[in-house]
Design a binder for this molecule. Structure first.
Ligand code: NAD
Length: 392
């Protein structure tokens, strides 16, 4: 099959197996070039392991820490006529590289919110790995089925409290335009908290604890984005921000209820980057194209793997990691400091349809977007016939 990108709106509906494998290899090479982590986690569970920040976490744990990894993801396998999802191919490539390096790796594909997946993870850990000393919670999902009631909750990306009008960039139509987003009602806020808040993170830790699979001093983290004034109305102070605030509640509850195991639970605040999840958020493609421009000029630009390696190396694996005033592992200072934000704001105020491509680094954004699906990667022959039926 010859595979070219099929872009529909903010998503690419296919993926390139060779390109995804090349991207995984690049990420592995990066962490290896940075050196081994100072304290190495032995057994790591990554919930949301196949793309974005979760995949970067898995690669860092395994290839800079030598860890055994168990991943959980929700990806579509390939068929004779359709490619698998990028996360499927990333996982297959990760397995191949882990095997070659003599590292244990296993991945379970299915709904992480359900009881069945939690049981499968427990059975796999008991059979193959034993207790975990690090649990990464990196799910990004538009919906969640409540495991007790079967009710389906949907997350919404809307402001809270008031209507918000702003600029946005439509990646499909190559157009900068004004949008007006109506505020969420209370039900939409509560549903978003159900999906992207901390409840399921707590359920995972409860299930692992009950099965006696948490090592003493086990660490766990869930990822958040805090941002600043430009993104607060659509992120930090919006429905998704409300859900993310619930992670702080969950972290405190995990520490309190797992005190006998001395579990350390942190919310890690990361930078805004192109991932499948963030490209779906209104305003984010415009904002990210501008921060790419500013941060590349400042020499502070990072992708998922660079950001996660630093998180692990500087904070997560340290015995007493330095936390911010809210108890979080804060990694986003290079984006949110006042000087950088002022430069982004100046560009934001000027940007229009006419100057968008000059003022922003949309080329860099678009390259990273294609790369998420294994496209636009140097050294990959996109005219070659490739086998889509890749497995792990
Ligand atoms: P992503 O879309 O790249 O990854 C999501 C992962 O979740 C994938 O592995 C996917 O397979 C898995 N997943 C989704 N639904 C699932 C389900 N029901 N069961 C099992 N697995 C499921 O997203 P990302 O951007 O890497 O986001 C990960 C976390 O990082 C999120 O909490 C997000 O809010 C946070 N974050 C993202 C950014 C950003 O700019 N992208 C910034 C800061 C924090």
């Amino acid at each position: 099959m010859i595979i070219k990108p099929k872009i529909r709106g903010f998503i690419c509906t296919n993926a390139h197996p060779t390109g995804c494998a090349a991207s995984v290899k690049q990420q592995i090479a990066y962490v290896q070039s940075q050196g081994e982590l100072p304290n190495k986690p032995k057994n790591v569970l990554i919930i949301g392991s196949s793309t974005g920040y979760g995949l970067a976490s898995r690669i860092t744990a395994a290839f800079a820490g030598g860890a055994n990894t168990l991943g959980v993801c929700f990806e579509k396998p390939p068929s004779e006529t359709k490619t698998g999802t990028a996360g499927w191919y990333n996982t297959a490539a990760f397995h191949q590289e882990a095997k070659a390096a003599g590292l244990y790796a296993n991945t379970l594909n299915g709904d992480a919110f359900g009881k069945e997946m939690k049981q499968q993870v427990i059975d796999t850990l008991k059979a193959d790995m034993g207790k975990v000393d690090l649990v990464i919670y990196s799910l990004a999902s538009p919906r969640r089925t409540d495991p007790e009631t079967g009710e389906v909750y949907k997350s919404t990306l809307k402001p809270v409290g008031q209507t918000y009008s702003t600029k946005t960039y439509d990646t499909d139509k190559d157009k900068v335009h004004e949008i007006t987003l109506e505020p969420a009602n209370d039900d939409e806020i509560q549903q978003t908290i159900k999906v992207m808040g901390g409840e399921d993170w707590e359920l995972w830790l409860d299930a692992l604890d009950k099965a006696d699979l948490l090592a003493d001093g086990c660490k766990t983290t869930a990822y958040t984005y805090v941002g600043k004034e430009l993104t607060w109305p659509i992120y930090g102070q919006a429905t998704i921000g409300r859900a993310k605030e619930d992670l702080d509640r969950a972290a405190a509850a995990i520490v309190q209820t797992k005190a006998t195991k001395k579990v350390q639970a942190y919310v890690s605040s990361l930078k805004a980057l192109v991932t499948q999840a963030s490209s779906a958020i209104p305003v984010m493609p415009l904002y990210i194209s501008l921060i790419y421009k500013v941060m590349k000029e400042e020499g502070t630009h990072q992708g998922c793997i660079e950001q996660i390696y630093d998180l692990f190396n500087e904070k997560l694996v340290q015995e007493q990691p330095k936390v911010d005033a809210l108890g979080r592992l804060y990694m986003n200072d290079k984006e949110t400091n006042d000087v950088t934000q002022a430069k982004i704001k100046a560009l934001w105020d000027q940007v229009s349809q006419d100057n968008f491509h000059q003022l922003s680094d949309y080329a860099g954004y678009h390259h990273d977007f294609l790369k998420l699906f294994g496209f636009d990667i140097d050294g990959v022959d996109y005219d070659a016939d490739v086998e889509p039926m890749v497995n792990w």
